[in-house]
Design a protein around this ligand. Structure first.
Ligand SMILES: Nc1ncnc2c1ncn2[C@@H]1O[C@H](COP(=O)(O)OP(=O)(O)OP(=O)(O)O)[C@@H](O)[C@H]1O
Ligand SMILES: [Mg+2]
Length: 287
């Protein structure tokens, strides 16, 4: 018999418990407990230097926790077998903070890089090309297959990075500061794309960001890391935290240091997360 607890466990994509992150003796964050559910758009937020990227590196298995565990679909990443680790890694896509694309490779080659390196997937050059075109079209970059990263705008480079991250149809995507350095329109298009990926493909998406418009537009869950206490000081839907958090630091962060008056609160309430459109906006090509 399947119990409601079983159902809940099935929905948990990542579960972190009692996690301590450190570089040698330097503890960055400690006592972290949180769950990321399937289909969540989960935001890791907090001030600069609090450890957001460090947490992301741990979640994708690049660093080992000093203490505690990270369960990936119920499998502990650290004690997983080689095969399990491989399966976990194949289920994730990552866009790093630097967004780094290989500058000497075309967008198509950047997108299919992971496939060329994969020992389990073998596609011929024509199939590779078709896959690259398809992934680039998903992010509004149809027709840009043969461009080099330096020939396109910053917003387009971010989207090409996302096309590369989704090349292997990941079940979970990690984005570190995806909209940093983008103008507000390009940042909004990127938010729409993130919502589309989640809503159309069911992908779980973990985003490190301190861009408030993005946080309020896309998140359904979040944690707030604090540099001073070195742990999570708030969690939940950021729109709820804005209204209900009893933590002054969190409220100040979410209101950019302003004291939120009732006007501001009600304006934010009038703009709930918009359902994504399935059509791609042709203007995305011009960001
Ligand atoms: N490889 C490393 N070795 C030692 N310390 C590090 C390393 N990487 C980061 N740190 C330190 O760990 C802390 C957290 O850094 P991290 O990059 O995770 O912060 P962040 O929240 O992502 O910051 P930002 O918002 O500026 O990107 C900082 O004090 C940083 O100096
Ligand atoms: Mg960072």
């Amino acid at each position: 018999m399947v119990t409601s607890t079983d159902n809940l466990t099935e929905q948990v994509h990542i579960h972190a418990s009692n996690l301590t992150l450190a570089y040698g003796d330097f503890i960055v964050q400690k006592d972290l407990d949180f769950s990321i559910m399937r289909g969540d758009i989960f935001i890791i937020m907090g001030g600069s230097g609090c450890g957001k990227s460090t947490l992301l590196r741990h979640l994708i298995g690049l660093s080992r926790p000093a203490r505690g565990e990270i369960l990936f679909e119920n499998v502990d990443f650290c004690s997983a077998t080689e095969l399990q680790r491989k399966q976990i890694l194949l289920s994730m896509g990552v866009l790093f903070q630097s967004g780094a694309l290989f500058s000497s490779m075309t967008l198509a080659d950047n997108v299919t890089l992971a496939l060329s390196l994969s020992q389990t997937i073998s596609l011929n050059p024509k199939e590779m090309r078709e896959l690259a075109s398809f992934k680039l079209s998903l992010v509004g970059l149809k027709g840009f297959e043969d461009y080099y990263p330096y020939e396109i705008s910053g917003g387009m480079r971010k989207r090409a990075g996302i096309a590369r991250a989704i090349a292997l149809d990941p079940r979970i995507l990690f984005f570190d500061e995806p909209s940093a350095g983008l103008d507000p329109i390009s940042a909004k298009l990127l938010d729409d794309l993130i919502l589309e990926l989640r809503n159309n493909l069911g992908t779980t998406i973990v985003v490190v960001t301190h861009e408030l418009p993005s946080i309020f537009a896309i998140a359904n869950n979040s944690i707030f890391l604090d540099e001073e206490t070195k742990t999570i000081i708030a969690s939940g839907n950021p729109n709820d935290l804005l209204h209900c958090s009893d933590n002054e630091k969190v409220r100040r962060f979410l209101t950019r240091g302003d004291n939120p008056g009732m006007d501001q609160l009600s304006v934010s309430h009038q703009h709930p997360v918009q359902p994504p459109t399935t059509e791609h906006n042709p203007s995305m090509n011009q960001s």
